[in-house]
Ligand binder design. Structure first.
Ligand SMILES: [Fe+2]
Length: 328
């Protein structure tokens, strides 16, 4: 602090005078701050919410009458959580969005440090993405990875609109601030190879998921879980499929992870904290940090879960209410 500040401090006659000097110098007394900095357990303004694919598809179709992918880099609908002035994040660390591309359109090439994943909801042959030169079909039910800093663009050379759900860790990147992004000046990528989707590490076909989840053990409640091996390419989040036969129930006690669920098939209900909603194919619901949840299937269902649990574990911040914290 400079000489003027010293003089200001000497001129104070009470604590209130001193607080003014603190504020002028970007200081706050720890005993006089506006809000607490510590609390007993996680608290979040993020709410359990759900979004319906049928609504989003109709809204995107309508938007498509007026907005091309030339005008909008991506024709997507972000599923935001109304906390403070947020209009982007679905949960604190992850955003999800419905996206639609019309026949003959392409979504131009860019890349960013945020990781992206896509669950394809409805597409015909001729819809594909190019990821660092690899031409990958976007087939209904498939789950695709676009890791940090990989070029990507999307094309619809089919006959109908194509729809999918994007998941990105952009909110986490916003919080930690390592965001870089750029467009490819050439707009289109050169396709360097067309990999076999069954052998490409960025592709998890519905067929493969169904084959592998069938050999997983049945959990109490009747569901099965399959964790996809995505960590090598996208370390910030985990991707898990839940397969729930009719009548099956699954859920978890409160954890510090934030999660987004997307339904790839089936119908049922979910309770997240004190909220309940029904879900069907293509619907999304979110479980913010420190909310317990239960999912029950009224018909055979396959549900995708994207969770920030790996980030929390890496940083030593993962806790599960069912298990006490490890002793120091
Ligand atoms: Fe992107």
């Amino acid at each position: 602090m400079g000489r003027n500040v010293i003089a200001d401090i000497k001129a104070t006659r009470n604590l209130d005078d001193l607080y003014k000097v603190f504020a002028d110098n970007h200081l706050t007394a720890g005993w006089h701050k506006k809000r607490p900095s510590l609390w007993r357990e996680p608290r979040t303004g993020f709410q359990p919410l759900n979004w319906r694919y049928a609504d989003a598809a109709m809204a995107l179709d309508r938007a498509g009458e007026w907005m091309s992918t030339e005008d909008a880099e991506r024709r997507n609908l972000l599923m935001f959580n109304p906390v403070d002035d947020n209009d982007y994040d679905t949960v604190r660390t992850i955003v999800s969005a419905y996206q639609m591309i019309r026949p003959g359109e392409y979504a131009r090439t860019h890349r960013h440090t945020a990781n992206a994943m896509r669950l394809i909801l409805d597409s015909d042959p001729g819809v594909f993405t190019v990821v660092n030169g690899l031409k990958i079909p976007m087939r209904t039910g498939d789950f695709l990875l676009t890791p940090n800093w990989y070029w990507h663009s999307h094309y619809n050379e089919g006959e109908r609109n194509a729809y999918w759900i994007d998941f990105l860790d952009v909110p986490l990147v916003h919080r930690l601030e390592p965001m870089f992004a750029e467009d490819l000046p050439a707009v289109h990528q050169t396709v360097t190879s067309i990999p076999d989707p069954d052998a490409c590490p960025f592709v998890f076909t519905r067929k493969r998921v169904l084959a592998e989840i069938g050999s997983q053990p049945t959990l109490p409640g009747g569901a099965r879980r399959l964790v996809l091996p995505t960590q090598q390419y996208i370390p910030t989040v985990s991707v898990t499929y839940l397969q729930a036969p009719k009548g099956a129930e699954t859920g978890a006690a409160r954890t510090t992870a934030s999660r987004i669920f997307a339904v790839t098939s089936g119908n049922g209900r979910a309770r997240v904290g004190s909220k309940s909603f029904e879900w069907t194919m293509g619907d999304v619901f979110c479980v913010p940090s420190w909310h317990d949840f239960e999912i029950s299937a009224s018909s055979e269902a396959l549900i995708l879960e994207v969770s920030d649990e790996p980030t929390l574990r890496l940083l030593g911040f993962f806790r599960d209410e069912a298990a006490p914290p490890a002793a120091p």
